[in-house]
Design a protein around this ligand. Structure first.
Ligand code: OAD
Length: 400
C-alpha cells in the first residue's frame, strides 16, 4: 500500500519542450474582431473545440489503437538488434484481485469501503503514519488480514515474468505489498516495490530493523509490535509524558493511545512493516530506477491501478514522448489535464480519438487482457503452461 500522497517524494515534472498552443505571429489578428484577442483566445477556442496541440503536433505512433497496435510494438522491440529490455510495467492492486485480494477503491469490494469496524476518522487513516503513531491498533488488526500468506500469483503476474524471461522487461514498478511478484518468480532486480513490503520492518523511532516474523508473531498474538532495544523510547509517548509533567494534563488524542505498556514503564517505539504509509518517503530505489529506466522505455504497460496515488501515478509522464502506453484496466483512469497538455507539458494518458497519439485503453480484467496479448503474440500456451506449473508447485509447498 502505499504511500504516497507525499509531495516531497514526488518526482520533478519532466522538462519537456514547451509547445504552447498558439504560435503564429500577431499580424493578421486585427483583421477579424473575433480573433483579435490573441493567443489566449486561440487557446480557449481550442479547448472549446476539444482540440489539443499535442494531438496536432505528434504523429500517431500506432497504426492501430487496440492491442493489435501494441503487439506491433512488442514485436518491433523483440526483433531489435539492440538491448531488448525496453518494456516497463506499472501495476496496482487490480492485478491481484483475481487472487482473492481486494483492491482499495473499487466501490463495495475495495478495502477502503470495508474498514468500518476500525472506527477510523477516514479509511486511509489506517495507512497514515501520523495516525499509526497515535493509534497503531487498527493497522495491526488489519495487518493480520493483509499478511501475504497463501495467495497465488495471477496470470498477470506470470505475464510480467514471461516478459522478463523473454528479455523484454526493463522493470516492473508495483504499488502492491502482497509480494505476489516475488512469489511468481520475478527476478527482484527487475522489480521496484514502490510502496514497500512486509518482508522487513523497522522501529519508527530508533530505526532498528526487525524481521517479518517478529511483527507477524506480535500481530497474530494481538500485540502491538514494540522495539526491544534498551535505549529506544517512543517519542510520541515521551513528549506526552513531558507535557503531563509540565501540568499539561491529557495527551492529545484521548480516545487513542492504548498505553499498552503502562505501569510507569517506558514505552518503546512502534515497529512497523516497511510498507510505505501516507506521509512517508518512497524507497530510494524508486527514485534511482525511474531516473535510469524511464528514458529507455519503448513501451509502458499500466495494469490494475486507479492511478490516483502520487508520485507513482506520475510515472506515466516520465517516459519519452515517443513511447506508446497501454492501459489494461476495468475502467479508464489516469487521463491527464487538458490545460497542461495545451501548455505543452506531459499530463497523464490521452485516449482521445483526435488528440491521442500513443495511448491505448484495453477495458478488461488484467488477466484477460494479458491472456489476449499473449495470444496475439503467440505466447499463450507458454503463459498458461507457466501458470499451471507454478501454481502446482505452490500447492505442493503448501501441503508439505
Ligand atoms: P485502487 O484500488 O485504487 O485501484 C485499482 C484499479 O484496478 C481500479 O481502477 C479498479 O477498477 C481496477 N481493477 C480492480 N480489479 C481489476 C481486475 N481484475 N482487472 C482490471 N482492473 C481491475 O488500487 P491502486 O491503484 O493499486 O496505498 O492503489 C494505489 C495505492 O492506494 C495503494 O498502493 C494503497 C492505496 O492507498 C496505501 O495503502 C498507502
Amino acid at each position: 500500500m502505499s504511500g504516497a500522497q507525499n509531495d516531497a517524494a514526488s518526482p520533478d515534472k519532466p522538462e519537456e519542450e514547451m509547445t504552447p498552443s498558439s504560435g503564429e505571429g500577431d499580424k493578421e489578428k486585427e483583421e477579424d474582431g473575433e480573433e483579435a484577442s490573441g493567443s489566449l483566445a486561440r487557446l480557449l477556442s481550442m479547448l472549446t473545440l476539444g482540440q489539443q496541440t499535442t494531438g496536432e503536433r505528434h504523429q500517431k505512433l500506432l497504426t492501430d489503437f487496440s492491442l493489435k497496435g501494441i503487439v506491433g510494438i512488442v514485436q518491433k522491440i523483440q526483433s531489435s538488434e539492440e538491448n531488448k529490455r525496453r518494456i516497463i510495467v506499472m501495476t496496482g492492486a487490480g492485478i491481484s484481485t483475481a487472487a482473492g485480494i481486494p483492491d482499495f477503491r473499487s466501490p463495495g469490494t475495495g478495502l477502503y469501503d470495508n474498514l468500518q469496524k476500525y472506527n477510523l476518522p477516514d479509511p486511509q487513516a489506517v495507512f497514515h503514519i501520523g495516525y499509526f503513531r497515535r493509534n497503531p491498533k487498527p493497522f495491526c488488526m488489519l495487518a493480520k488480514e493483509l499478511y501475504p500468506t497463501n495467495f497465488k500469483p495471477t496470470l498477470s503476474h506470470y505475464f510480467i515474468r514471461l516478459l522478463a524471461e523473454k528479455g523484454l522487461l526493463l522493470r516492473n514498478f508495483t504499488q502492491n505489498i502482497d509480494g505476489l511478484e516475488r512469489r511468481a518468480g520475478l527476478n527482484p532486480d527487475l522489480l521496484v516495490e514502490s510502496h514497500g513490503g512486509f518482508s522487513t520492518a523497522h522501529c519508527i523511532d530508533c530505526g532498528h530493523q526487525y524481521s517479518e516474523q517478529f511483527v507477524k508473531d506480535c500481530v497474530f498474538r494481538d500485540e502491538i509490535p514494540r522495539c526491544t532495544r534498551e535505549t529506544c523510547r517512543d517519542t510520541k509517548t515521551a513528549t506526552e509524558e513531558a507535557e503531563k509533567k509540565k501540568g499539561g494534563g491529557e495527551g492529545e488524542e484521548g480516545e487513542e493511545g492504548e498505553g499498552e505498556e503502562g505501569e510507569g514503564g517506558e514505552v518503546k517505539g512502534l515497529v512497523k512493516p516497511d510498507i510505505i504509509f501516507f506521509g512517508e518517503a518512497l524507497p530510494d530505489r524508486f527514485a534511482t530506477c525511474i531516473k535510469e529506466d524511464m528514458i529507455k522505455c519503448d513501451l509502458l504497460i499500466v495494469m490494475g491501478t486507479s492511478l490516483l496515488v502520487h508520485p507513482f501515478a506520475s510515472l506515466v509522464d516520465r517516459v519519452r514522448d515517443d513511447c506508446p502506453r497501454l492501459l489494461i484496466n476495468r475502467e479508464k483512469v489516469g487521463e491527464g489535464d487538458v490545460m497542461m497538455r495545451l501548455m505543452g507539458f506531459s499530463s497523464g494518458l490521452d485516449f482521445g480519438e483526435e488528440t491521442g497519439y500513443r495511448d491505448v485503453f484495453h477495458k478488461a480484467n488484467c488477466d484477460d487482457g494479458c491472456r489476449d496479448l499473449a495470444d496475439m503474440l503467440g505466447w499463450k500456451a507458454e503463459l498458461e503452461e507457466m501458470v499451471a506449473r507454478e501454481h502446482a508447485k505452490l500447492d505442493d509447498q503448501q501441503t508439505q
